[in-house]
Design a protein around this ligand. Structure first.
Ligand SMILES: Cc1cc2nc3c(=O)[nH]c(=O)nc-3n(C[C@H](O)[C@H](O)[C@H](O)COP(=O)(O)O)c2cc1C
Length: 213
């Protein structure tokens, strides 16, 4: 059993709510992380429900000092603020996403645009970015039909890893569920093994943290 008082943020990017492999494996991952145990708080962010897109007014609002923002500008940033709060609250972040057209689904890109916030989730110092989120782990479950992870046509997995690191989440595990069209059973079986290993590692580091506290 993983330690108590932990928060898991689960982000689903498959537009399919039925027959989705990434959602099925995310169910298993959060369950192994203890989602149903007392003291574990699970936040579900289902991007198939819709997410806003950054536009000119949003950019203007985001670039205005907080104390100078108009009520309309504050309202424009409400969803982004909420998504950032979910990330700040999370100990474990589980992102389950398919590859769509060699990259991430548009909704996941929209989420990324809303959570990358200057001076909140990252800051540039001497021309170098520094992530402002600390002590978090991310697991990225990535599915595809035929585009294989880490090949030169995979513009998704390294991108998500980079974004996590950009905002300060340095402990990132990628569960490779790519190539489902060719060898579905084996790809899913291998992914389940990886999920077991990654969640056990999470449990161990949580146990160590509990002992240290
Ligand atoms: C709009 C769309 C674009 C897709 N593009 C790709 C692609 O570029 N490469 C690939 O291997 N599979 C592609 N697929 C297949 C999905 O990645 C695959 O079916 C995956 O399992 C979907 O995840 P899910 O089962 O969680 O919905 C695409 C599927 C859709 C619906």
């Amino acid at each position: 059993m993983i330690g108590t008082n932990r928060t898991i943020l689960r982000v689903d990017a498959s537009m399919r709510r039925q027959k989705s492999v990434s959602r099925m494996l995310a169910d298993e991952m959060v369950s192994l992380l203890g989602a149903r145990q007392p003291g574990i708080h699970l936040i579900n962010r289902d991007l198939a429900a819709g997410v806003g897109i950054v536009n000119a007014a949003w950019i203007e609002a985001e670039r205005t000092f907080e104390e100078n923002r108009t009520p309309d500008q504050r309202a424009l940033l409400t969803q982004s603020d909420a998504l950032v709060s979910e990330l700040q609250a999370a100990d474990d972040v589980v992102i389950a996403t398919p590859i769509y057209n060699f990259s991430v689904p548009a909704a996941l890109k929209a989420w990324i645009d809303l959570i990358c916030r200057d001076n909140i989730t990252f800051v540039y110092e001497n021309d170098r970015p520094r992530g402002l989120l600390a002590n978090k782990r991310a697991t990225v479950i990535i599915t595809s039909g035929g585009t294989m992870a880490d090949t030169d046509v995979d513009y998704a997995s390294n991108y998500i890893r980079h974004i996590m690191e950009f905002i300060g989440i340095m402990d990132v595990s990628v569960i490779d569920v790519t190539g489902l069209a060719k060898n579905r059973r084996k790809v899913i079986a291998d992914a389940r093994q990886e999920i077991a290993i990654v969640s056990e590692r999470s449990a161990n580091s949580q146990r160590n943290l509990s002992v240290a506290e």
